[in-house]
Design a protein around this ligand. Sequence first.
Ligand code: XBP
Ligand code: MG
Length: 231
Amino acid sequence: MSTLQALIFDVDGTLAETERDGHRPAFNQAFAECGLAWHWDARLYGELLAVTGGKERLRHYARQYAPDLAQRADFADLVNKLHAAKTAHYLRRVETGCLPLRPGIAQLIAAARAAGRRLAIATTTSPENVHALLRSSLAPDAPEWFDIIGAGDVVPNKKPAPDIYLWVLERLGLPAENCLAIEDSENGLKSALGAGLRCLVTVSEYTAAQDFAGAWRVMGDLGGIALEELG
Ligand code: XBP
Ligand code: MG
């Protein structure tokens, strides 16, 4: 008899290759729109992903590569303006179908629903990004399939801190041992483990070389996986 009552999905890199096909190009479009001669190529972006949260990533980049700008009195306003512009570009990419779900994700979600398992999201990205991706890439009513959507700034400390998973577990009203986290990154794995969760890692484009020590299982994509394998 399975004790698994809920699947808690990460978003970026897990549901879809959003960092490669969504966030990175959206950041570069925002830089151009805001008149900044910044460009994050794939290699640099892979390094910057060590910092979770788009606003946190922008602050980190500026302090490292544009310290004069980071010292400006209006730096916080600039970060918010850049992030809002980036999110608008990201949403346009999502809504025009640029971000298909990774293999096996839709099938696993459907199987979990059919078996009466609960669904939740625990992500560092912004809430509007989650809803748009679920609506565009899964189904128009897909956001309602998830009992809890924990996203972005609802917690003070982003991944690898456990805050977002603890926030979701509290609202699910379930013990960690009856849930499974599904992640793509080392930061996400650490966050889930910190919350006492078993974690299945589905390695994504940007996380292939990361350290997944402590993961319950590490896989490529989830194509062909059966719900029954998850415990
Ligand atoms: C990945 C992140 C996010 C995205 C950018 O989130 O760190 O910050 O890179 O999204 P996860 P925002 O893997 O936890 O889904 O700009 O909206 O933060
Ligand atoms: Mg992720």
